[in-house]
Write a new protein. Structure first.
Length: 249
Protein backbone atom coordinates (compact mmCIF):
# COMPACT_ATOMS: atom_id res chain seq x y z
CA UNK A 1 0.00 0.00 0.00
CA UNK A 2 2.96 2.34 0.53
CA UNK A 3 3.39 3.17 -3.20
CA UNK A 4 -0.30 4.18 -3.37
CA UNK A 5 0.12 6.38 -0.30
CA UNK A 6 3.20 8.09 -1.74
CA UNK A 7 1.35 8.61 -5.03
CA UNK A 8 -1.55 10.22 -3.15
CA UNK A 9 0.83 12.52 -1.27
CA UNK A 10 2.37 13.67 -4.59
CA UNK A 11 -1.13 14.26 -5.94
CA UNK A 12 -1.99 16.44 -2.93
CA UNK A 13 1.21 18.45 -3.42
CA UNK A 14 0.50 18.99 -7.10
CA UNK A 15 -3.19 19.85 -6.85
CA UNK A 16 -2.98 22.02 -3.73
CA UNK A 17 0.34 23.73 -4.44
CA UNK A 18 1.98 22.63 -1.19
CA UNK A 19 5.02 20.70 -0.01
CA UNK A 20 4.46 17.86 2.44
CA UNK A 21 7.13 18.08 5.13
CA UNK A 22 6.14 14.99 7.08
CA UNK A 23 3.68 12.17 6.39
CA UNK A 24 3.17 9.31 8.83
CA UNK A 25 0.76 6.58 9.79
CA UNK A 26 -1.46 7.21 12.79
CA UNK A 27 -4.12 5.03 14.38
CA UNK A 28 -4.14 1.29 14.92
CA UNK A 29 -1.56 0.44 12.26
CA UNK A 30 0.99 2.76 13.90
CA UNK A 31 -0.03 1.58 17.36
CA UNK A 32 0.58 -2.04 16.40
CA UNK A 33 -2.87 -3.57 16.84
CA UNK A 34 -4.55 -3.22 13.46
CA UNK A 35 -7.44 -5.40 12.32
CA UNK A 36 -7.42 -6.87 8.81
CA UNK A 37 -9.92 -4.21 7.68
CA UNK A 38 -8.36 -1.21 9.43
CA UNK A 39 -8.05 2.01 7.43
CA UNK A 40 -4.71 3.62 6.67
CA UNK A 41 -4.72 6.79 8.76
CA UNK A 42 -2.28 9.10 6.99
CA UNK A 43 -1.40 12.31 8.84
CA UNK A 44 0.79 15.02 7.40
CA UNK A 45 2.22 18.50 7.84
CA UNK A 46 2.63 20.74 4.81
CA UNK A 47 3.72 24.25 3.87
CA UNK A 48 2.84 26.75 1.15
CA UNK A 49 5.15 29.19 -0.60
CA UNK A 50 6.30 32.05 1.63
CA UNK A 51 3.95 34.62 0.06
CA UNK A 52 0.94 32.54 1.12
CA UNK A 53 1.71 33.48 4.74
CA UNK A 54 1.80 37.23 4.00
CA UNK A 55 -1.93 37.52 3.32
CA UNK A 56 -4.06 39.31 5.95
CA UNK A 57 -7.00 36.94 5.33
CA UNK A 58 -7.85 33.72 7.11
CA UNK A 59 -7.28 30.70 4.89
CA UNK A 60 -8.04 27.02 4.98
CA UNK A 61 -5.27 25.32 6.94
CA UNK A 62 -6.40 21.72 6.63
CA UNK A 63 -6.33 19.20 3.78
CA UNK A 64 -8.38 16.00 4.03
CA UNK A 65 -9.06 13.09 1.70
CA UNK A 66 -10.65 9.64 1.71
CA UNK A 67 -10.05 7.17 -1.11
CA UNK A 68 -11.89 4.05 -2.18
CA UNK A 69 -9.02 1.86 -0.99
CA UNK A 70 -9.25 3.02 2.64
CA UNK A 71 -6.69 5.83 2.64
CA UNK A 72 -7.91 8.30 5.26
CA UNK A 73 -5.76 11.43 5.02
CA UNK A 74 -5.67 14.57 7.13
CA UNK A 75 -3.00 17.27 7.08
CA UNK A 76 -2.27 20.57 8.79
CA UNK A 77 -0.59 23.64 7.36
CA UNK A 78 2.66 24.73 8.98
CA UNK A 79 1.11 27.79 10.67
CA UNK A 80 -1.70 25.72 12.18
CA UNK A 81 0.89 23.17 13.26
CA UNK A 82 2.74 25.81 15.26
CA UNK A 83 -0.49 26.99 16.91
CA UNK A 84 -1.26 23.41 17.94
CA UNK A 85 2.30 22.83 19.14
CA UNK A 86 2.00 25.82 21.46
CA UNK A 87 -0.96 24.01 23.07
CA UNK A 88 1.01 20.74 23.29
CA UNK A 89 -1.47 18.99 21.01
CA UNK A 90 -1.26 15.26 21.76
CA UNK A 91 -1.99 14.07 18.23
CA UNK A 92 0.65 16.35 16.70
CA UNK A 93 3.31 15.22 19.17
CA UNK A 94 2.57 11.58 18.40
CA UNK A 95 3.16 12.11 14.67
CA UNK A 96 6.84 12.79 15.33
CA UNK A 97 7.22 9.41 17.03
CA UNK A 98 5.22 7.29 14.60
CA UNK A 99 7.05 4.06 13.69
CA UNK A 100 5.66 4.30 10.13
CA UNK A 101 6.99 7.29 8.18
CA UNK A 102 5.94 7.65 4.55
CA UNK A 103 7.71 10.88 3.72
CA UNK A 104 9.83 13.39 5.62
CA UNK A 105 11.92 16.46 5.05
CA UNK A 106 14.91 15.63 7.24
CA UNK A 107 15.82 19.26 7.90
CA UNK A 108 12.25 20.06 8.93
CA UNK A 109 12.24 17.21 11.45
CA UNK A 110 15.63 18.29 12.81
CA UNK A 111 14.34 21.82 13.35
CA UNK A 112 10.88 20.94 14.66
CA UNK A 113 11.44 17.98 16.98
CA UNK A 114 13.41 19.91 19.67
CA UNK A 115 10.52 22.39 19.77
CA UNK A 116 8.03 19.54 20.11
CA UNK A 117 9.96 18.11 23.04
CA UNK A 118 10.22 21.52 24.71
CA UNK A 119 6.53 22.31 24.23
CA UNK A 120 5.42 18.92 25.55
CA UNK A 121 3.19 19.63 28.54
CA UNK A 122 2.71 16.52 30.70
CA UNK A 123 -0.34 18.00 32.41
CA UNK A 124 -2.08 19.00 29.17
CA UNK A 125 -1.38 15.75 27.34
CA UNK A 126 -2.21 13.68 30.41
CA UNK A 127 -5.64 15.28 30.71
CA UNK A 128 -6.23 14.71 27.01
CA UNK A 129 -5.65 10.97 27.37
CA UNK A 130 -7.53 10.85 30.67
CA UNK A 131 -10.64 12.27 29.01
CA UNK A 132 -10.39 9.74 26.19
CA UNK A 133 -9.77 6.77 28.45
CA UNK A 134 -12.78 7.60 30.64
CA UNK A 135 -14.98 7.76 27.54
CA UNK A 136 -13.71 4.43 26.21
CA UNK A 137 -14.05 2.82 29.65
CA UNK A 138 -17.80 3.41 29.55
CA UNK A 139 -17.94 1.75 26.12
CA UNK A 140 -16.26 -1.29 27.70
CA UNK A 141 -18.72 -1.58 30.62
CA UNK A 142 -20.69 -4.48 29.12
CA UNK A 143 -20.65 -8.27 28.99
CA UNK A 144 -19.58 -8.12 25.36
CA UNK A 145 -17.23 -5.38 24.21
CA UNK A 146 -16.10 -4.22 20.80
CA UNK A 147 -12.46 -5.26 20.83
CA UNK A 148 -11.52 -1.99 19.13
CA UNK A 149 -12.94 -0.02 22.08
CA UNK A 150 -11.04 -2.21 24.54
CA UNK A 151 -7.76 -1.41 22.83
CA UNK A 152 -8.51 2.29 22.60
CA UNK A 153 -9.15 2.30 26.34
CA UNK A 154 -6.00 0.30 27.07
CA UNK A 155 -3.84 2.53 24.91
CA UNK A 156 -5.10 5.83 26.31
CA UNK A 157 -4.99 4.60 29.92
CA UNK A 158 -1.43 3.28 29.60
CA UNK A 159 -0.32 6.39 27.71
CA UNK A 160 -1.56 8.49 30.62
CA UNK A 161 0.27 6.25 33.06
CA UNK A 162 3.47 6.60 31.00
CA UNK A 163 3.32 10.39 31.16
CA UNK A 164 2.86 10.28 34.93
CA UNK A 165 5.62 7.76 35.61
CA UNK A 166 8.14 8.57 32.86
CA UNK A 167 7.48 12.28 32.27
CA UNK A 168 8.31 12.06 28.56
CA UNK A 169 6.42 12.11 25.26
CA UNK A 170 4.76 8.66 25.27
CA UNK A 171 5.70 6.05 22.66
CA UNK A 172 3.32 5.43 19.79
CA UNK A 173 3.86 1.66 19.62
CA UNK A 174 1.45 0.06 22.07
CA UNK A 175 3.86 -2.79 22.82
CA UNK A 176 6.31 -0.28 24.33
CA UNK A 177 3.68 0.76 26.88
CA UNK A 178 3.40 -2.79 28.21
CA UNK A 179 6.46 -2.31 30.41
CA UNK A 180 3.99 -0.56 32.73
CA UNK A 181 1.95 -3.71 33.48
CA UNK A 182 2.65 -6.96 35.29
CA UNK A 183 3.34 -10.23 33.47
CA UNK A 184 -0.17 -11.63 33.92
CA UNK A 185 -1.85 -8.52 32.50
CA UNK A 186 0.71 -8.32 29.71
CA UNK A 187 -0.02 -11.91 28.67
CA UNK A 188 -3.76 -11.19 28.53
CA UNK A 189 -3.21 -8.09 26.42
CA UNK A 190 -0.80 -9.83 24.03
CA UNK A 191 -3.35 -12.62 23.50
CA UNK A 192 -5.95 -9.98 22.61
CA UNK A 193 -3.52 -8.33 20.18
CA UNK A 194 -3.07 -11.66 18.40
CA UNK A 195 -6.84 -12.12 18.29
CA UNK A 196 -7.49 -8.60 16.97
CA UNK A 197 -5.14 -9.25 14.05
CA UNK A 198 -7.62 -11.91 12.85
CA UNK A 199 -10.92 -10.09 13.50
CA UNK A 200 -12.70 -7.23 11.77
CA UNK A 201 -13.21 -3.80 13.30
CA UNK A 202 -16.80 -4.65 14.30
CA UNK A 203 -15.87 -7.78 16.31
CA UNK A 204 -17.29 -8.05 19.85
CA UNK A 205 -15.47 -10.07 22.53
CA UNK A 206 -16.60 -11.37 25.94
CA UNK A 207 -15.50 -8.93 28.62
CA UNK A 208 -12.58 -9.88 30.85
CA UNK A 209 -13.76 -8.26 34.07
CA UNK A 210 -10.33 -8.55 35.71
CA UNK A 211 -8.85 -6.58 32.83
CA UNK A 212 -11.72 -4.10 33.09
CA UNK A 213 -10.95 -3.65 36.81
CA UNK A 214 -7.31 -3.02 35.89
CA UNK A 215 -8.46 -0.27 33.52
CA UNK A 216 -10.69 1.31 36.17
CA UNK A 217 -7.86 1.41 38.69
CA UNK A 218 -5.34 2.73 36.16
CA UNK A 219 -7.65 5.54 35.07
CA UNK A 220 -8.41 6.49 38.69
CA UNK A 221 -4.66 6.53 39.40
CA UNK A 222 -4.04 8.73 36.36
CA UNK A 223 -6.75 11.16 37.40
CA UNK A 224 -5.25 11.59 40.85
CA UNK A 225 -1.61 11.90 39.76
CA UNK A 226 -2.28 14.21 36.79
CA UNK A 227 -3.06 17.06 39.18
CA UNK A 228 0.61 17.50 40.08
CA UNK A 229 2.16 17.34 36.61
CA UNK A 230 4.13 20.23 35.12
CA UNK A 231 3.28 22.29 32.06
CA UNK A 232 5.44 22.70 28.94
CA UNK A 233 8.35 25.05 28.26
CA UNK A 234 7.16 26.73 25.07
CA UNK A 235 9.27 29.69 23.96
CA UNK A 236 7.49 31.78 21.34
CA UNK A 237 10.69 33.51 20.17
CA UNK A 238 12.34 30.14 19.47
CA UNK A 239 9.19 28.98 17.72
CA UNK A 240 9.10 32.08 15.50
CA UNK A 241 12.77 31.60 14.61
CA UNK A 242 12.22 27.96 13.64
CA UNK A 243 9.06 28.85 11.68
CA UNK A 244 11.06 31.31 9.55
CA UNK A 245 13.86 28.79 9.03
CA UNK A 246 11.39 26.15 7.85
CA UNK A 247 9.93 28.60 5.30
CA UNK A 248 13.45 29.02 3.87
CA UNK A 249 14.02 25.28 3.33
Amino acid sequence: MTPKILEKIKEVEATRGVEVLLAVESGSRAWGFASPDSDYDIRFIYRHEKDWYLSPWDKDETIEFMTEDDLDGSGWDLRKTFHLLLKSNAALLSWFYSPIVYNENTKFVELFRPLADACFSPVAVSYHYLSMSKKYLEACRADEVKLKSYFYCLRTALTGKWIIEKGTVPPVLFSELLVLVNNETRTKIEELIALKATKGEAYYHPNDWELFEFLEKTIAYNEEKSKSLRSGNANKKDMERVFREILKL
